[in-house]
Ligand binder design. Structure first.
Ligand code: UDP
Length: 321
């Protein structure tokens, strides 16, 4: 039975990856320090092949026994979270990636880094191919996440070139689906929660900035395909269907049948004006393509959000908004 370690395994994407690799017959070690998650996303797992380790990946990792793969997914990923935890975000992207790479080297495991479209910053090339070097301001507020991930890519490639480590890098674009926290702070969970509660839907700026939203199962499949491929250089995984943030809010309002008003709020600093993945490389190299459009994806995850809203304390939900 192959054995895989997933750092950040209790998070939104990490927990979906735990499920996928358990289904594929792997022994799964899930590591998390619960900085931006809880045990909730993994509480359904009842498998002898699943092992949970509460650990901060920036500290030395001791793991007995063999290991075939490491997926390094630990990091705050929502702008609201990484602005709340700037130092931890920089540490997990730098020190945490270093520790996870060291473990991969010790075990001779294949290593996959969860990178991000944020390495392109506020892009001047549109859509963004993997060859675009990006437009990131090191000292801006978002720089803590962008630079941590850029460093993560650099050290991953250094381990590959200098130590011959078998590595992969996925650049993840905006993703949504079940298991996102209601108070995650990202656009779609915010809009869905607000629409379901009949609260004003907070659109930042004029809402004309664009994003391209990928449903979680499409993304997870792309990550699996990349891990099993021979591609060492970064690969974008995301859905290229681009819409404005205001359109996204209106789609959520329509699909929830909500009467919420749209409330325009101040645009956060350095908020990228456009974002759309060029996924030609993923299609050519992995044969991967997203299959689930925004409305279909929302239909799949709305029951999860409805339940999450229904079971939350109203005061807690309000405080999170
Ligand atoms: N956004 C918004 N209202 C919200 C949350 C986010 O208008 O309640 C905007 C945000 O300013 C950005 C886009 O939606 O332009 C996507 O934001 P998100 O936090 O999901 O992630 P990002 O793509 O910026 O990393």
């Amino acid at each position: 039975m192959p054995r895989i370690l997933i750092t950040g395994g209790a998070g939104f994407l990490g927990s979906h990856l735990c499920d996928l690799f358990l289904r594929e017959g792997f022994d799964v070690v899930c590591m998390d320090n619960f900085l931006t998650s809880s045990g909730e996303n993994i509480s359904h797992i009842r498998s002898d092949a699943f092992h949970f380790l509460k650990h901060d990946v920036t500290e030395y990792i001791h793991l007995a026994g063999p290991l075939d793969y490491i997926l390094h997914f630990a990091s705050p990923a929502s702008p609201a979270d990484y602005l709340r935890y700037p130092i931890q975000t920089l540490k997990v992207g730098s020190l945490g990636t270093h520790k996870a790479l060291g473990l991969a080297r010790e075990k001779n495991a294949r290593f996959l880094l969860a990178s991000t479209s944020e390495v392109y910053g506020d892009p001047l090339v549109h859509p963004q191919p993997e060859t675009y070097a990006g437009n990131v301001e090191t000292t801006c507020l978002r720089g803590v996440y962008d630079e941590a991930k850029r460093f993560g890519e650099a050290i991953t490639m250094a381990y590959h070139r200098h130590h011959g480590l078998d590595t992969r890098i996925v650049r993840i674009f905006n993703t949504y689906g079940t298991r996102m926290r209601l108070d995650d702070g990202r656009a779609l969970p915010n809009f869905i929660r607000q629409a379901l509660l009949g609260e004003p839907m907070t659109v930042y700026g004029d809402g004309k900035q664009t994003r391209s939203f990928c449903y979680v199962t499409d993304l997870i499949k792309g990550i699996y395909d990349l891990l099993m491929s021979d591609e060492v250089l970064p690969v974008n995984i995301g859905n290229p269907e681009e819409i404005t943030v205001l359109e996204a809010a209106e789609i959520v309002r329509k699909m929830t049948g909500s009467k919420s008003e749209i409330l325009f709020e101040e645009l956060p600093q350095n908020d990228p004006k456009v974002r759309q993945p060029d996924v030609r490389k993923a299609t050519e190299v992995l044969g991967w393509k997203p299959g689930i459009g925004l409305e279909a994806g929302l239909k799949l995850c709305l029951p999860y959000f409805e339940q999450a809203v229904g079971t939350s304390e109203p005061a807690a939900v309000a405080a999170a908004s």
